[in-house]
Design a protein around this ligand. Structure first.
Ligand code: FES
Length: 105
């Protein structure tokens, strides 16, 4: 059984100003969302256009793109409404103490 390594990328303190935070790690731009004490991670760039999703509006498990208001489920990456149609990449995320860790293949 193989297990991918967990990489620390942020801490809970990083969410003081916003529940959606961007990190650049391993050549990827990733958005991390804090919802009800759990963390989720998706690609930060909207699949519809060149927008940074961590600048959007997070409501429960849905992130709304700041450009055209497409919405995605941060748990699955699924596109939920037009004009967003293509799912976001997602990454396993967890909290270890106050540290946010991701699995990046
Ligand atoms: S750029 Fe995100 S919905 Fe258009």
């Amino acid at each position: 059984m193989s297990s991918a390594a967990w990489t620390p990328v942020a801490s809970l303190d990083d969410f003081a100003a916003s529940d959606a935070v961007k990190v650049d790690v391993g050549g990827k731009e990733i958005a991390i969302y804090l919802v009800d004490g759990s963390v989720y991670a998706t690609a930060n760039r909207c699949t519809h256009g060149d927008a940074s999703l961590c600048d959007g509006f997070l409501e429960r498990h849905e992130i709304e793109c700041p450009h055209h208001q497409g919405r995605f489920d941060v748990r699955t990456g699924a596109a939920l409404c037009a004009p967003a149609e293509i799912a976001l990449a997602t990454y396993p995320a967890r909290l270890t103490g106050d540290r946010v860790e991701l699995q990046l293949d």
